[in-house]
Every structure is written in C-alpha cells, then in structure tokens.
Design a protein around this ligand. Structure first.
Ligand SMILES: Cc1ncc(COP(=O)(O)O)c(C=O)c1O
Length: 370
C-alpha cells in the first residue's frame, strides 16, 4: 500500500484533529479497552460509556476552571440547535421576552434571526455595512428588560474575534464560542451560558458543549423540544436521550490532548503565534494580500484574506488555491458568502502546518506581484 500522503487541512470545520487522537481512536475502534466491542457499538447506559462522558465533562471543567454552580451538558443539534435552544431556555427569564443580540457576522446574524421566532430581538447597534469589526461597546444600546445579551466570540466566516468579554453588568451573557472554544482562557463566571459545537477546536461533528449557570435552569418555554431543554438534560447528566456517543468519545480524547499539551494557556500562545505568521505576511505584502478585518478584531482562528485587492482578483485567487492543492494544502477557499481565501488555524494545526502555508504565500507573491 502507498504511504498516506500528508495533507494539511485548513478547513473551518469539521477540521483537523490531532494525529495522536486519530491513532488512539483507530487503536480502540475495534476493541475498546479489551471489552471486545467498539465504542460505536456501546450502549450509552453502560458504566463504560458513563466513564467516557464523565471524563470528558471533568476534563472540560478542569481546562476552563468551571465554577461548581455551572452545569456542563453535551447536546445534539450543533451550534444551530443552540440558536433555538438559547431563546427557548432563557427568554422566559423575564416577562418582556426581549433578547439583546450583538451581530458582528454571519453566525450571530443567523442566531438573531432564529431567536425572532421566540423573542423580541433588540439589535444593540445599527446593522453593520460589512462584518469587519466589533462596534465599540460604549455605543451599544442594551435593553434593561432583556432576558439575556447574546454574542459570538469568533465569527468563523468573517474572521472577526472579540478581544474582550462584554461587560453587561448583571445581565445574563450568552456566548457562541464554537470556533474559538478552548483556544484561550475564559472567565466562565462572567457568563450565563457558553456553547460550542465540537467540530472545530475540540473534536468532531455531532456534539455541542453547553455550560450553563444553575440559577438559569427551569425557565424553559413549554414549546422547547425536550432534547434541547437544559434543565432536563442536566438533571439526566446529558443522558436523557441517546447522546452522540462516538463524538463524545472523540471530544474526550481531544480534551485530554489539550491538557497534555499545556491547556488553554498554551493553546492561546500557539494561536497568537500561528495567526501572527499569516497576518505578518499580509501586512508586509504592499497590498498584494488584504485582510478586511480591523486589526484589534482579527481572528486568531480564521484568517480571511483577498489577493490582488480588497475586492479580490478571482483568477489569481483560483490560481493560489489550485497551487495550494498541488502542495497538499486543502480547504483554503473562503466561505461562499464572502469569497477569497480563509485559513482556519484551530488548535490541532501545528506551527509546521502554518509554515507550509506561509511559504506558499511568500512564493506566490513573489511570482505574481507586479
Ligand atoms: C461560530 C459558529 N456558530 C455556529 C455554527 C453552526 O454550527 P452547526 O453547523 O454545528 O449548526 C458555526 C458553524 O460553522 C459557527 O462557526
């Protein structure tokens, strides 16, 4: 058999997993720890699966230093499921049924639209003409009667990342951390709810981690699908119904890998280094590469850029992508709604992976800059 070709995956999610995690999963696939069956075949009601899911929860608690008054639950339905679950579980906190949304990109826009089904949505700042920054919070118009304030910490499509946690006083802060979860330390006590789909930084598709403050449980609308009810799921330790067992298992392996590689502090450092390598090339390219995002809100996770000009020279961009594939670098195409290039640099991406992209960017520029 030919040796496996070494492909570097810059995909936005599902994304690269640490190689050691894949090897471990491969080793255990046919016979999980001598049980004679695969995790894929294991009942979620067994003590063995219980150990898998509790280990994942404990690792997450340890990595993020989650206070005891927070529940951790693992749900299906992805990030989009949480766009519905958040209002369904929290809008009942206040009678007015208002929710504040900070819309800084495509994902928070989708969340706000979904919330309109259940809530009166207050957009806290005027609609942005382009998603290239986080508007100054001093100009946000928060509604004191809102049940919660919602934002997305990292806009995966537009490459806009918050460089701060909004100070919303006593209001309940909700955050979609799907694409920068466990890439930096977070003070969980500032939040009412944090959620994150696993398929970018902590595993594979199918499981969504939800961290919810205990006192916010029990306000769920009766229309809420039971599988998305935070209270029911936390009372049943995420086992009210069948969880995505294999995804939970993979997430556990990734969390262990993060712990063994220095935890979130090390992931933060690594993310700074990796993203700076790409932004430096962009900034020193005399406009050959252009990142439209304001510097202080540039994402460490998803680096979007155009080639040739801020609007992008599509023929040149296609050439760049084709050449990247020749060098075994895949999934660098920008999201279909914005075009251009997007390099996603999640935790599993190594410095060597990013060096490969840097080398391609430099030589492509030398060849094509007029
Ligand atoms: C920040 C963010 N939130 C939510 C989602 C939606 O997640 P899902 O596709 O799991 O529904 C994504 C998907 O890429 C995302 O990047």
């Amino acid at each position: 058999m030919d040796a496996q070709k070494h492909v570097t995956n810059f995909g936005a999610g599902p994304a690269k997993l640490p190689h050691s995690v894949l090897l471990e999963a491969q080793k255990e696939l046919l016979d999980y720890k001598g049980l004679g069956i695969s995790v894929l075949e294991m009942s979620h009601r067994t003590s063995d699966f219980s150990k898998i899911i509790r280990t994942a929860e404990n690792l997450l608690r340890e990595l993020l230093n989650i206070p005891d008054n927070y529940k951790v639950i693992f749900l299906q339905g992805g990030g989009s499921g949480q766009f519905s679950a958040v209002p369904l579980n929290l809008i009942g906190l206040k009678e007015a049924r208002i929710a504040d949304y900070v819309v800084t990109g495509g994902w928070s826009a989708k969340a706000a639209k979904e919330a309109e089904k259940y809530a009166k949505v207050n957009l806290v700042h005027p609609k942005l003409s382009s998603y290239t920054k986080v508007p100054d919070p001093s100009a946000w118009n928060l509604n004191p009667d809102a049940s919660y304030v919602y934002y997305c910490a990292n806009e995966t499509v537009h490459g806009v990342e918050f460089d701060f946690v909004p100070d919303v006083g006593k209001a309940v802060l909700v955050c979609d951390m799907s694409s920068n979860f466990l890439s930096r330390p977070v003070d969980v006590s500032k939040f009412g709810v944090i959620f994150a789909g696993a398929q970018k930084n902590i595993g594979t598709a199918g499981v969504t981690a939800v961290i919810v403050r205990e006192d916010l449980l029990g306000f769920t609308l009766k229309e809420c699908p039971i599988a998305l009810d935070y209270k029911t799921q936390s009372e049943n330790a995420s086992l009210y119904n069948t969880p995505p067992c294999f995804s939970v298992y993979i997430m556990g392996l990734v969390l262990e890998w993060i712990k063994n590689n220095g935890g979130v502090v090390a992931m933060d450092k690594l993310s700074q280094t990796k993203s700076q390598m790409i932004y430096d090339i962009i900034d020193n390219s005399n406009g050959f590469y252009v990142c439209p995002v304001e510097r202080k809100n540039r994402s460490r996770m998803n680096v979007p850029f155009r080639i040739g000009s801020i609007k992008g020279d599509e023929a040149l961009e296609k050439k760049f992508l084709d050449k990247a594939v020749e060098y075994n670098m895949i999934s660098l195409k920008g999201h279909r709604s914005v075009g251009g290039i997007r390099a996603s640099l999640y935790n599993a991406l190594t410095i060597e992976d990013v060096q490969k992209l840097s080398a391609h960017m430099k030589s492509f520029m030398e060849m094509h800059q007029s």
